[in-house]
Design a protein around this ligand. Structure first.
Ligand SMILES: *Cc1c(COP(=O)(O)O)cnc(C)c1O
Length: 434
């Protein structure tokens, strides 16, 4: 980086949209939830638009950490396993079930999203013996594609992965419907896709899969906590998702998995480990799976990280998922209006669906200088977005703690960056985590 210019941080009362932002904030019933999160007093001007990658720290999580480390680990030691640790992932699974429209006993917190996807995709592919196709799309998160491809290879290349092509923004629904046939064992898609934010209709795709006799596995990582999801009502078979994005569970917090009740006894976890055993503390030499959702466990959970998830879940539950969806749609709508007025003329392209029902809670903007603009946003404008190669700036609008004025100010700062040419002071090299 060479010398970066100084840019105006606002607020910008003279710019169009300011009064609208003010009145939207005044009428926002969720505005108070912001105070349940940590905001660094040393960075009062920083606007965080990356809650879809790593949610903010809920203040209550600090108390959980103290209790867990000092009391439960420090004093309780091994006794704490019987004092709430052993069942914690089931208890948190039941809490999550309420957020994704599942029944108690259909969800557990376990491993990472990638590992859960592997377990469930493998179980599904084996459970639909004689079928040879796994269907997904090219909007899916790369780890999902790698895992699904790996499942095919682990099954002796008997399965091939069909990656249905999209236009880069909208889910290729018609092409998917054509691709899902009687040779399809599994359909696996992201509910809300990570780049454009396109959001599938879970119910209709699930029906398409079932009509062909295939199972469907939804990745809810980018929708859980901001979109009401009805897995049970939609008849969905399987799902996985992150807890560290809109659920604010903390960096690398364990993920969750859902297996509908009817399938639990029919499918087998490919990682036959001791936490999924019928009698783990009998230490038998042979494996026998436990009944129910626990059979999809692997081994010992990272309890410290697991326990923090509850603090995030409490905030989401208190706000209510329907209210969160309402605010999220209003935020993305306001951002798109602001983009049209202020950013489109500067070469930014909207890479997110215009239909609010097909959108998640983030908005993607394409620009040929996206990487340098991202660096200038972080370095000079104090706006934290994330960058997705090759030319995508992703703005995550977490409804629990993002205000309409944050959106207005952020858009004006981006405008300042480009109009003053501040981004031109930044180099075109990229670090390993963007
Ligand atoms: C964030 C995300 C992941 C992350 O997987 P990890 O195993 O936690 O690294 C996977 N899939 C999707 C769709 C995501 O958005």
């Amino acid at each position: 980086m060479t010398e970066a210019g100084h840019i105006e941080l606002g607020p910008f009362p003279d710019r169009p949209g300011y009064a609208t932002a003010q009145s939207l904030d005044d009428n926002d019933h969720l505005a108070g939830f912001r105070h349940r999160f940590f905001f660094d007093p040393e960075e009062p001007d920083m606007i965080y638009l990356d809650g879809n990658s790593l949610g903010r720290l809920p203040l209550a999580a600090r108390e959980v950490t103290e209790r867990l480390v000092d009391e439960q680990w420090g004093r309780g030691l091994i006794r704490s396993w019987n004092d709430g640790w052993w069942d914690l992932q089931v208890r948190l699974g039941d809490r999550l079930a309420g957020i994704i429209g599942a029944k108690s006993g259909e969800v557990i917190v376990s491993d990472s999203t990638s590992v859960n996807l592997y377990k469930l995709a493998m179980a599904a592919a084996r459970g639909r013996n004689g079928r040879h196709k796994i269907v997904t799309d090219d909007l899916n998160f790369p780890t999902d594609l790698y895992v699904l491809d790996g499942v095919g290879q682990a099954l002796g290349d008997a399965h091939r992965l069909e990656v249905v092509a999209s236009n880069g923004v909208e889910g290729p629904v018609d092409a998917l419907e054509r691709s899902i046939d009687e040779d399809t064992a599994l359909v696996s898609l992201s509910h809300t896709v990570f780049k454009s934010g396109y959001t599938y209709d879970i119910e209709s795709l699930t029906e398409t899969a079932h009509r062909a006799g295939a199972l469907i596995l939804w990745d809810l990582s980018h929708s859980v906590g901001v979109i009401p999801i009805s897995l049970g009502e939609s008849g969905a078979d399987l799902a996985v998702g992150c807890t560290y994005k809109y659920l604010n569970g903390g960096p690398g917090s364990p993920a969750f998995l859902y297996v509908c009740e009817e399938l639990q006894s029919q499918l087998e976890n490919p990682i036959t480990a001791w936490w999924g055993h019928a009698r783990p503390f009998d230490f038998e030499l042979g494996f026998e799976p436990v009944e129910g959702i626990r059979r999809f466990h692997s081994g010992t959970m990272p309890i410290v990280s697991l326990a923090l998830i509850e603090a995030g879940l409490n905030v989401v539950a208190d706000a209510g998922i329907v209210a969160l969806r309402g605010k999220s749609q209003a935020l993305t709508q306001f951002l798109i209006e602001q983009w049209e007025e202020h950013l489109q003329p500067l070469g930014f392209e909207l890479a997110t669906p215009l239909d609010p029902s097909r959108r998640g809670s983030h908005v993607s903007l394409g620009h040929e200088e996206a990487w340098r603009i991202t660096q200038a946003m972080i370095g000079a404008a104090q706006v934290l977005p994330d960058f997705r190669a090759p030319d995508n700036i992703r703005l995550g609008l977490a409804p629990l703690y993002t205000s309409f004025m944050d959106v207005h100010t952020a858009v004006q700062r981006i405008r300042e960056v480009v109009e003053t040419g501040t981004h031109l002071h930044f180099e075109d090299d990229r670090p390993s985590v963007t």
